[in-house]
Ligand binder design. Structure first.
Ligand code: MN
Ligand code: MN
Length: 240
């Protein structure tokens, strides 16, 4: 059962609305790495999980992402407020948001692309889902970081810093859930890989390139039990 509390998860204060930034914030509202996608991905994964503690974690974080959607939506609406009664200059910054959306938020990204369920990674295999979630949180974290780099509004940055931080907390929780399953890092699914093909690397990019030649560094050779063939990049990188 869902219950909505009117209090925001984090207080939103926007000192100076900026329509351009409001439009960018929509990336984290209805974009591929945004809060709506995160909320639905984890919630649907929870439905597919039988293990009670990990199912609970997925529901907890999925629901928290809905609370983040509310925070980012509130931020975006504050920045888009001038579009309620825009000058032609303001409207020209975001014509779709002005003419179609009336300055409101909706299920689309910063470029107006409609949200799609194709963003969601739901495999029905818990350890695979948890790995997807670690990557999803990492993408959300750097998107918040890039938004923070572009904004000087203190109130806005305060809320974005909170949202960015929570994504790291989620990464820690998903990481702990994965670790607690005691699986080998490459133990995926049920079937064993074929031993004659698993420890090999196909050297499909050969010859000298823009960055010089580098084949089979030690770390790759060690991982795959192949012959190392290190090349000193200093000797092979050509400068223009
Ligand atoms: Mn979030
Ligand atoms: Mn998250």
């Amino acid at each position: 059962m869902y219950h909505h509390s009117k209090k925001l998860m984090y207080t939103v204060r926007v000192d100076e609305p900026d329509v351009r930034f409001g439009q960018m914030l929509l990336e984290q509202f209805g974009g591929p790495n945004g809060e709506l996608a995160a909320a639905l991905q984890y919630t649907f994964q929870a439905h597919n999980t039988d293990d009670p503690s990990r199912r609970d974690l997925l529901f907890d974080i999925g629901t928290e992402e809905l609370a983040h959607l509310e925070v980012i939506g509130t931020l975006a609406r504050a920045h888009l407020a001038p579009l309620k009664k825009p000058s032609i200059t303001e409207a020209a910054v975001a014509p779709m948001l002005t003419l179609v959306g009336g300055g409101g938020v909706g299920p689309f990204d910063s470029q107006g692309n409609p949200w799609t369920a194709a963003y969601l990674k739901i495999s029905g295999q818990l350890e695979v889902d948890l790995r997807s979630n670690l990557a999803a949180e990492a993408r959300a974290k750097i998107t918040y970081e890039r938004l923070l780099d572009l904004c000087n509004d203190r109130g806005t940055n305060d809320a974005l810093q909170f949202l960015m931080t929570r994504e790291i907390a989620h990464m820690k929780a998903f990481g702990a859930a994965l670790e607690s399953m005691n699986l080998d890092p490459f133990e995926i699914g049920k079937r064993d890989p074929s031993p004659e093909f698993v420890d090999s690397h196909v050297d499909s990019s050969t010859g000298d390139g823009e960055l010089g030649r580098s084949e089979h560094p030690d770390w790759l050779a060690d991982a795959l039990n192949i012959e190392p063939n290190p090349v000193d990049p200093k000797q092979t990188v050509r400068t223009k």
